[in-house]
Unconditional design. Structure first.
Length: 476
């Protein structure tokens, strides 16, 4: 019988302390004490079995703790050494490996992928490695019911599955998240080097940077401190659903990691290791689209600002695990959150911690009052109507009108239907020049919403004449 949420909370909150101290400096600082209280509250509020958090500042680990339980059946506490699944946070490592291979001359980022995957269709002659890295290939996502997650596939079989998928746009025309593209990057790495991408990650990135417990997922291996992944079914907590072992080895995000592993990675990037300065700049530059303008994604990293300030981040979700790593370069700050519940919101948790350590980064969902200054001349409902039903609306920039596919509109309609009340939170002016889909952004504006499935924050990018250039949302 699944454990009820009430029994779960009583069990783990009484069995272990909510936080275990890390072997990191600066823990007496008042900001970290406040962060610790906040994290304990989030554990309860979001009803997460367990999560771990790490903070890197100025290239140094300054906070690393676990909260709750890594394993409910054994009452094993989550610590800073708990192993979680990475989900798509793993994409940045695949991208880094491909960049290293390009630096060595083994391949070129502008190689047509049929150079390495000749069994692909002729249309792949116009798809490059760079398109795969930036999700601009037009190759659909294989996780959208195309692949049987309970069947074992070889890597070559997955390439053939991808080759049979009809394109959703011409390469470089648009942006659409595609796990398939990163699966293909793993296959290309093997074709180029003759070796499994996971072995190369260990040799080229994990071992040199001190990521001691990072590795490819394996159900068969004995993995100390491995967490279980969970999901909510009604008011009960259940195990993650089973996925075939071969689909937990692909290059789209199939890693075991601790927050200390990711902290070592973040510190290395801060110190100029792991990737060259040129490669870091390339990975953290928004992709340019064929019709002009850019989309805020680089090579395995999202590039949306937080409160008008630059941020470089990625999230992951897979098999009852959720992950987030967020870098704030102006503050020389990185916050990492790994959780073992499919419904957890680790990005929001990490943003909350960042806002406690750097007041200018207080995220919209934690604002005590609306921001002063100008506000959008249109309501949130009007914005959502344009995004979901009226892509020809005059309030949208030409680039955003082109970007809104049927799928995009459907997703915005779902968001509108799930939020019962919105509160406008005002706007930030941009801290530096910012462009979205060909339009210059003057203000980032926010609204906080609530509904049966929890809180939502709507983020709107407006031009100087109050046209909507881009929009996004996150849960909290």
């Amino acid at each position: 019988m699944p454990m009820s949420l009430r029994r779960l909370l009583i069990a783990f909150l009484s069995a272990v302390p909510a936080a275990l101290p890390a072997r990191a400096p600066a823990q007496a600082d008042a900001s970290f004490d406040a962060a610790d209280r906040y994290l304990r509250d989030e554990l309860r509020r979001q009803r997460i079995p367990g999560f771990s958090v790490a903070v890197v500042r100025d290239g140094r680990l300054v906070f690393a703790r676990g909260y709750g339980l890594a394993n409910l059946e054994h009452h094993a506490p989550a610590t800073d050494s708990t192993i979680y699944q990475s989900g798509s946070v793993g994409k940045q490592f695949t991208a880094a490996l491909v960049q290293q291979l390009a630096d060595s001359g083994a391949l070129s980022l502008d190689d047509p992928i049929r150079c390495w995957l000749p069994e692909g269709p002729p249309r792949w002659d116009s798809v490059t490695v760079r398109h795969l890295l930036t999700h601009t290939s037009g190759i659909p996502d294989y996780t959208d019911s195309v692949v049987d997650l309970r069947r074992d596939y070889t890597e070559d079989e997955l390439v053939r599955v991808a080759a049979a998928l009809p394109p959703i746009f011409a390469p470089g025309e648009r942006w659409s998240y595609s796990n398939t593209g990163y699966v293909l990057l793993g296959a290309i790495v093997r074709r180029v080097t003759g070796r499994f991408y996971g072995d190369l990650l260990r040799e080229r990135i994990f071992s040199p940077l001190g990521m001691r417990t990072a590795r490819i997922i394996s159900e068969a291996a004995i993995v100390p401190n491995r967490s279980d992944g969970y999901r909510m079914v009604g008011d009960s907590v259940e195990h993650q659903e089973w996925v075939s072992p071969s689909l937990n080895t692909t290059a789209d995000g199939a890693l075991y990691l601790t927050v200390r592993d990711l902290a070592a990675w973040a510190a290395a990037l801060d110190r100029g290791r792991g990737l060259s300065a040129a490669d870091r700049a390339l990975a953290w530059t928004p992709v340019r689209l064929n019709r002009g303008g850019s989309y805020p994604y680089g090579f395995g990293w999202m590039l949306d600002p937080v409160r008008g300030r630059p941020s470089i981040y990625h999230t992951g979700s897979w098999q009852g695990f959720r992950a987030s790593i967020a870098r704030f370069p102006d503050a020389r700050l990185t916050v990492i959150v790994l959780a073992n519940l499919a419904e957890a919101e680790p990005r929001a948790i990490g943003l909350g911690v960042a806002g406690m350590l750097e007041p200018s980064l207080v995220p919209p969902h934690r604002l005590a009052a609306p921001l002063p200054g100008a506000r959008p001349p249109v309501s949130v409902d009007t914005v959502l109507h344009a995004l979901a039903q009226d892509s020809a609306a005059a309030m949208l920039t030409p680039g955003l009108r082109r970007f809104l596919s049927d799928d995009e509109q459907e997703e915005w309609g779902e968001l509108a239907s799930k939020v019962t009340r919105w509160t406008a939170l005002g706007c930030d002016t941009t801290a530096q020049a910012s462009e979205r889909l060909g339009a210059e952004v003057a203000r980032w504006c926010y609204a906080r919403g609530s509904g049966a499935e929890g809180g939502r924050v709507l983020i709107m990018a407006f031009t100087g004449d109050w046209r909507l250039a881009a929009a996004d949302w996150y849960g909290y």
